[in-house]
Write a protein that binds this ligand. Structure first.
Ligand code: GLP
Length: 263
């Protein structure tokens, strides 16, 4: 696991985008991206959009798979992850919408939709680089505490804390969906590389737990300690509870940022 501590969220976005652009360079135009929703990756998408607009990155042939989706929200609902990915990823990064996949939270057979999603990911050859945020309780995707560390895409019940965290996007708590479809922790671990971004003091506990705590389903993001090519990019506030922060700074200043370095 490599931990990169940045001055602020803007720098988090630039460091994460540089790492993703490197993967695109290595894999070629048909790269497969794993894309996340939430506030955390917004600076990364903004930095990627700058690269695209400057003609330094071409994602027009890329495929993308979203991590998760609410169950029961119509795809066109402004808070569906389908809409989020369209607004914040497909349009600014000029992806081909036909090559972008989001779990179908409106399917009549949700179990089948999860199996189909896993099959589509496999048919695409797997994810080359997975972008992740982290929930305040340590979840990644929507893998809530006690998720199986080897889980695959499936239906999950959201915790009250996650629904409260996401209430800011809905008029009331009751309007926040109670269920979701999410890639499993095993699915996420299958990505060839992972870049997790986090900013702000409210993420400091979760970041410390997943980076330096024990690997435990109680803090699902801690499973990334098993990933050989996982990079955690955080701002100073999100890094504020990391005991080994000085060591991570020393590592970053001594060598280039490549996902293979300190794993
Ligand atoms: C949701 C998403 C996660 C995201 C998390 C944190 O639960 N399913 O993928 O990481 O929110 O969101 P934010 O970045 O807005 O704090």
């Amino acid at each position: 696991m490599e931990v990169v501590i940045c001055d602020d969220d803007r720098e988090v976005g630039h460091v994460a985008a540089a790492q993703i652009a490197q993967v695109v360079d290595d894999r070629g135009p048909s790269v497969v991206l794993g894309v996340a929703t939430g506030s955390s990756p917004m600076s990364t998408y903004a930095a990627l959009a700058e690269l695209v607009d400057a003609g330094r990155l071409d994602l027009s042939h890329a495929q993308a798979f979203a991590l998760d989706e609410y169950v029961g929200l119509p795809k066109g609902h402004p808070q569906s992850y389908h809409s989020f990915i369209q607004r914040h990823v497909v349009e600014p990064l000029h992806l081909n919408p036909h090559r972008v996949h989001v779990p179908d939270g409106t399917a009549s057979d949700l179990e089948r939709a999860c199996i189909d999603y896993e099959l589509a990911m496999a048919a695409a050859g797997g994810v080359d680089v997975q972008i992740l945020g982290v929930g305040s309780n340590g979840h990644i995707g929507f893998n809530e505490p006690t998720s199986s560390l080897s889980s695959r895409t499936r239906l999950k019940t959201l915790t009250r804390r996650t629904r409260e965290d996401n209430q800011r996007f809905f008029p009331t708590l009751d309007a926040v969906p109670t269920h979701c479809l999410t890639q499993g922790l095993g699915t996420i671990l299958d990505a060839r590389s992972v870049v997790l971004v986090a900013s702000g003091e409210h993420k400091a506990d979760a970041v410390a737990a997943i980076v330096e705590g024990p690997v435990t389903a109680r803090r699902p993001g801690s499973v990334l300690q098993f990933h050989r090519f996982a990079t955690i990019v955080v701002d100073e506030a999100a890094a504020s509870k990391l005991e080994l922060a000085d060591y991570y700074r020393q590592v970053s200043s001594a060598k280039p940022l490549v996902p293979t370095s300190t794993s």
